[in-house]
Ligand binder design. Sequence first.
Ligand SMILES: [Zn+2]
Length: 484
Amino acid sequence: MKKAFLTIACITLITTCENSQETCIDFTRNDIGQYFENVKKDPVALREFLWQMPKGGDIHHHALGSVFAEDYVNLALDKGLYINPDTYQLYFDETDALSKDDEQAIPINTLIDRDSLAKEHIIDHWSVRNHKENGRDGRHWFFSTFQKFEPAMIGNEPYFLSKLCKAASLENVQYLETMVAVPSIVQRVGRLTEGKEWKPQTSVKDHLDDWFNHFEEKDIDQWAEYNAEVMDHWIRSTNTHGVTLKFQAVGLRIIPDLPITFAHLVLAFKTALITKNLVGVNFVAPEDHTISLSHYKTHMAMFRFLRYKYPEVKLSLHAGELVPDKGDVQANDLTYHIDEAITIAEAQRIGHGVDILSEPRKDELLTIMRKRQIAVELNLESNAVILETTPKTHPLQTYLEADVPLCISSDDAGILRSDLTRQYEMLVEYYPGISYGELKGLVENSIQYSFLDENDRTIELKKLKRLFQEFEKNKRPGVQTPDL
Ligand SMILES: [Zn+2]
């Protein structure tokens, strides 16, 4: 009886709203806002609410780390890949294993046939599952997983991208901005540096100019075209399940040879000019690795050089993914990474931004981020596993108070054995006072601050608005929550 009354009351109010848009918006917001406050207290109901809620985009995640170990295992079994039974390092075949001095590798099918627990061990080695129980350091274990399963990804990208899109569509994510690289092309472009030495005699800028000209003489453009063709092919061959899929191309920050790093970045920027499917550039691998730390300033100079050469190419940088005493971090490293990513490289978005409180210019930086609308991509679970951040140590509150735009993203859902919904659950744990309006604002940011061009962004924002209207309609009191 009560239910019926509320439903009628809603209809009456909605009808009234046609003449007064303001009343309608207030009514809906208050209504769903109260609903959200109620479910916050119940983890199961909260999970259901956040799962069903439109989540816009996931604009910080890595294709390689987003696939679940079970999917890699199934493909490896299907294709008869080889694996080392102790380290669980995967290989394309026996020749590949032998070329890497691994004489113990056997077909993965043989291993799983002879050892009923092998699959479980593989999953533990290809993700952070049970890492604490097994006494493994989260940071070390997390970064050790990627290379173990990478051979399963290579050559099967559309298959796994389809899986990512399906998972996204199931939890109401409409847009993926996925970080990818084409390893074979990246490797070949690295070879363009052979026979020339890295010796900055005059200024870094002139030196980079010299190297840039060198790459052009070596026809790096043909590799950029090839790179674009492969990425376009991946998108064409992926079943996107209705999700809009775009890529960011990545450089690697742990390569000892600076010219190779620069060659990869030139390739990434040039590729972004060719294909609309590549909407930005990023920089990956542990920021607290000794090479990343020692080359940080030169890397930022490279980005500045390329940003000025190609201002139309968008840039997001992992910056400030650091805490004291993790990796090779020393006190000074915690003082300038976000600063230089913003002021030297002029990144339009920052990934992680965890060490902001250690940066001496934090107040100025927060002001710049607010004024220039430089969004921070928050990866709460990844930070908790790798950096051991907690609601008390994570700078979420600082960013909120400074009114810096924030987005919620998943980073590596496969390795973390998680999803985007879980990141929103963590957001509520970290910021229990968050209102429904603020939550919705963060979701909208994931499209607003995406690297989509203006036209595509408008289309996605309209879609998001429509999805929220449907979601909110179903969440009014008196309307039954559909089963998952
Ligand atoms: Zn990342």
